[in-house]
Design a protein. Structure first.
Length: 664
């Protein structure tokens, strides 16, 4: 046997052993034997670099540092699922389907709590893994996915195969990861889903390998091409192709059977080695699925039954108050740390004073908490029957806990406000908001840094941010402030002066003006001066800006201190205008774009499509270059498609093209 043949043999064997171990849970060789063969392979490969293969078992364990993740357009949109939260809603869902298809059966599966991923195979080889992204465009995370040992690099099917499923972090990996983070004094991950998503987007593939992700497959795209006609057959076919498919699925013929599966799953949930947040119920037959179709976001033939949030008992140790940017006072519960839905919780929001009164909460009460949407912890109720002599009343203060000025509560409002515009807490929060990601997005000015600068007297107003460069030397005298770091921060601040008006408007924190309204206003008026001069009625006449917002905007600009702030920002060189959007109709993705048509379209001729695009404001070109924004590829597209893929230009199929044309 030549060395080349031995390399090929070892690759085949090691791949087979990995599947036996990680997918079938039935290894035929010892770990020792596996390691020995792997070493032999690594040794041979190092002597034959010309035989490099990214799919070799040896490559899964080599850390690589990536430059970034390329965007990839999904050939078939990656849909999400509609949710139902109780028995009635679920019953309504299945009964609607039984009305159309009395013989329909449903496949019930776990709803794995991770991130959706598409895997592509060509000629039996793994070629690419892409995240869901926004459903249309995802990111190429092939190199990180390759480190997941249960994902086959070879499958016994030569045609192009795309399968989809969930990448997740097993509970044990998550615990180990957070223990490690803790010992290194690094921030903890909130839950296994976030940890999995962060791991998949890490540029160092060594990180993904160490953190031990796994994957379950549940979707076979274009299964019909391979004789697959139902979800049941899809799961079976994927198993045959060596994909890891959970065996916890069941074909159900009646609602009773479906509900039984859900109840049984609910009982098993806590003891499963991975997180699930519900059960997915899918109409089995593909022909019936096709007739029902999909909405823009989710199929009509499937739904997710979500388990109620896990509720846990603990003790309310204290109630603290925070003052927000608008002066709103938020009470927070300080809790005896307790594990909820996979993470340790020691604080929860109490929303407002009414909530505390309504729940009759007392310090040291036993309370029930849960995570709203499984993320933000909240107190659900108190357990007054468990009170002992240690309880104390919580007295809502009359004065702001930070500046001491009298708090105000308007008659019909649940919230209490500190109305002192000079309250240090309010000032700090508004500066943090100004610098934040959706506002001026100033690199290096996260909440901790801003709080430090505020505390040390460097930044007491928004204007001070742009005066910071004058105090560079002073900053350098503090521990931890290096030349390089300080200059980077100052450069970030300088760069933010170029941000468009919409971000500035949002950053100013005008009441009722969120980021969307800020964009509308900036597009409508173009400059700060034009906006500042607009009357209340002119503002209210803008689509989506209501009367309340119009009044709030007008009153903001009528206050002299706000005008003074804008004047000084202008004098310091902060941009006060919005670049014109060339695309007149924002909903039309073709306006102003250079588009290339290639291949044969089934519903219209090339010239008809060209006219359609031109009517939408596109510039239709005959050849693909770096300047091309989009390629629309019909059947049998050839070299133009290849070139577009090489250049990383988005490619849409005819279906997607027509969907976008008809959307507006
Ligand atoms: S099917 C068209 N099956 O849940 C079919 N999704 O909330 C779309 N998910 O984006 C998905 N377990 O990431 C399906 N057994 C399962 C699932 C599952 C988890 C995720 C998936 C999807 C999300 C929707």
């Amino acid at each position: 046997m030549s060395e080349q043949e031995r390399i090929e043999e070892l690759r085949r064997l090691l791949e087979k052993y990995a599947i036996e171990y990680y997918v079938d849970d039935n290894p035929s060789v010892s770990d020792f034997e596996y390691d020995r063969l792997l070493e032999e392979l690594q040794d041979l490969e190092s002597r034959h670099p010309e035989l490099y293969d990214p799919n070799s078992p040896s490559q899964r364990i080599i850390g690589k540092v990536l430059n970034g993740f390329e965007k990839v357009v999904h050939a078939q949109r990656m849909l999400s699922l509609s949710d139902v939260f109780n028995q009635e809603e679920l019953k309504a869902f299945v009964e609607r389907i039984w009305k159309d298809f009395p013989d329909a059966t449903f496949i019930c599966e776990y709803k794995f709590d991770g991130l959706a991923m598409a895997l592509m195979y060509e000629d039996g080889r793994f070629v690419r893994a892409v995240t869901r992204g926004d459903g249309d465009v995802g990111e190429d995370v092939t190199e990180n996915v390759r480190t997941i040992p249960s994902i086959p690099m070879q499958i016994p099917e030569k045609g192009p195969v795309e399968v989809r499923g969930e990448v997740y972090m097993p509970k044990a990996s998550f615990e180990a990861l957070n223990n490690l983070q803790e010992s290194l004094h690094l921030p903890l991950f909130a839950n296994p889903r976030n940890a999995a998503a962060g791991t998949i987007r890490n540029l160092d593939t060594g990180v993904a390998r160490k953190r031990r992700l796994d994957m379950y497959l549940y979707y076979f795209t274009n299964g019909e091409r391979y004789g697959v006609h139902s979800q049941k057959e899809a799961l079976e076919a994927m198993s045959r192709l060596h994909f890891r498919v959970s065996d916890a699925w069941r074909e159900c013929h009646s609602f009773e059977e479906i509900w039984k599966f859900i109840e049984e799953t609910g009982q098993k949930r806590a003891s499963l080695p991975f997180e699930i947040d519900g059960v997915v119920v899918k109409l089995n037959r593909f022909d019936q699925q096709q007739i029902l179709g999909t909405t823009a976001k989710a199929p009509k033939y499937a739904t997710a039954y979500k388990f109620p949030a896990e509720e846990v008992e603990t003790r309310l140790l204290d109630i603290t108050l925070t003052v927000g940017r608008t002066g709103k006072i938020t009470p927070n519960a300080v809790l005896e740390p307790v594990r909820v839905a996979g993470t340790l919780v020691s604080a929860a929001t109490l929303h407002n004073a009414d909530r505390i009164a309504q729940y009759d909460l007392k310090i040291n009460d036993r309370v029930i908490i849960r995570k709203a949407g499984d993320i933000i912890p909240e107190v659900v109720k108190a357990l007054p029957e468990k009170r002992d002599e240690t309880i104390r009343d919580f007295v809502w203060p009359q004065d702001c806990p930070v500046c001491g000025s009298r708090l105000v509560r308007l008659p019909d409002e649940a919230d209490t406000y500190c109305v002192n515009p000079d309250c240090p807490a309010r000032i700090l929060e508004s500066i943090i908001h100004f610098c934040s990601r959706d506002a001026m997005d100033i690199d290096g000015m996260g909440s901790k840094r801003v709080a430090w600068l505020h505390e040390h007297g460097y930044v007491n107003s928004i204007e001070d941010i742009y005066r910071l460069h004058e105090r560079r030397d002073e900053l350098l005298s503090h521990k931890g402030w290096s030349d390089k770091g300080t200059d980077k921060l100052l450069a970030g601040i300088e760069a933010s002066k170029k941000q468009p008006l919409s971000r500035l408007l949002f950053g100013l924190g005008i009441r009722q003006v969120g980021s969307k309204a800020a964009r509308l206003l900036a597009q409508e008026f173009g400059t700060m001066d034009a906006l500042m001069d607009a009357s209340e009625s002119r503002l209210a006449a803008i689509n989506l800006i209501g009367e309340v917002s119009a009044r709030s905007i007008r009153s903001f600009f009528d206050q002299s201190e706000n005008r003074a702030l804008i004047d000084s920002l202008k004098a310091m060189g902060v941009n006060m205008s919005e670049p014109k959007v060339e695309n007149a109709a924002p909903d039309n993705p073709f306006a102003g774009k250079t588009v290339v048509l290639t291949g044969t379209l089934s519903q219209m001729g090339r010239s008809e499509a060209k006219k359609m695009l031109e009517d939408l404001g596109a510039n239709v070109s005959g050849s693909v270059s770096k300047k091309t924004d989009l390629v629309i590829a019909g059947e049998k597209a050839g070299s133009k498609l290849t070139k577009a893929n090489d250049l990383g230009i988005p490619v849409w199929d005819e279906e997607r093209f027509l969907r976008e044309v008809h959307r507006g």
